[in-house]
Ligand binder design. Structure first.
Ligand code: ATR
Length: 262
């Protein structure tokens, strides 16, 4: 995506991959400042740990508690989070405004924190349900200090009594740990009668693109948002941070579709 974007914008830059073991992270950040490396994407599992090696962290990333984008400006490292913008932009492809929309998020891990932050910033009414309710409560405590919007939290059983809502976002790591989930297991986790309550359904996983939940949403004739949309839009925002130019989103979308998706 990024190399296609650089080429299309006539920017002489290259995007590559560094695989860095945990014990070399500090060393890497000490030296990267002096290299001709102008930006970095940070992926799992370093989005939180990386913060201690940066000089400046913007307010959104600080509130979320994770950095996925770094710029190197003359040896000073700045940290940002574009995941929350990526999520909001992905949703806005089919829901133009989130103001006062009822949105249910399943999961309260690192990915959910960025998503929920984005939703609250857009004025949505957010309901968070997590297997371990304490984690959702901690998230509510953190974000209640920043946003006046009320956040409702609960466990996965309480989730089932949610009323009719606009959007369901699945943001747990369930499909990754259990890729071959049976229909019975899915019915136990996210029952059909629950999915039926939503107009729109979104999953943040893009492998597989059509997750077990999205299969159900498709059968129920719901509009749905696949996970690569968030990947695309968070990358577009990274391009903007690194280059001070708007991203060629359609070029990036095509590169993503051609190279990443099955
Ligand atoms: P990520 O950065 O992808 O969000 P994470 O921080 O490890 O990863 O969070 C994983 C999320 O998936 C959590 O909300 C986790 O629930 P718990 O906090 O209760 O552990 C959720 N999760 C993982 N496996 C799950 C499962 N089998 N059923 C329900 N939720 C699950």
């Amino acid at each position: 995506m990024h190399n296609a974007a650089f080429k299309s914008a006539g920017i002489d830059a290259q995007y590559g991959v560094f695989e860095i073991p945990e014990n070399e992270l500090q060393h890497f950040f000490k030296h990267v400042k002096n290299e001709p490396i102008y930006g970095l994407s940070i992926s799992l599992p370093y989005k939180e740990e990386v913060m201690k090696y940066l000089n400046v962290i913007d307010n959104d990333a600080k509130a979320i508690g994770a950095v996925n984008t770094v710029t190197n400006r003359g040896g000073i490292l700045y940290g940002y989070n574009t995941d929350f913008i990526g999520c909001v932009s992905a949703i806005k492809e089919i829901i133009p405004s989130l103001k006062n929309k009822r949105v249910v998020v399943v999961g309260a891990g690192g990915a959910s924190r960025a998503i929920i932050y984005g939703l609250l910033k857009e004025g949505a009414k957010v309901y968070v349900f997590n297997r371990h309710k304490e984690k959702a409560e901690k998230l509510k405590e953190d974000f209640s200090k920043i946003f006046k919007e009320k956040i409702i939290v609960g466990d996965l059983t309480e989730m089932l009594s949610t009323g009719k809502s606009d959007l369901l976002i699945h943001a747990t790591s369930t499909w990754i740990t259990n890729p071959n989930m049976t229909i019975d297991e899915l019915e136990n986790f996210l029952p059909l009668r629950f999915v039926e309550k939503f107009d729109f359904v979104m999953d943040i996983v893009y492998k597989p693109l059509i997750t077990p939940l999205l299969k159900v949403a498709r059968e129920l004739k719901k509009q749905f948002i696949t996970g690569e949309k968030m990947l695309l839009h968070q990358a577009a925002e990274q391009f903007k941070i690194w280059t001070n130019q708007n991203a060629p989103v359609d070029v990036m979308r095509k590169a993503l579709e051609d190279n990443v998706l099955e």
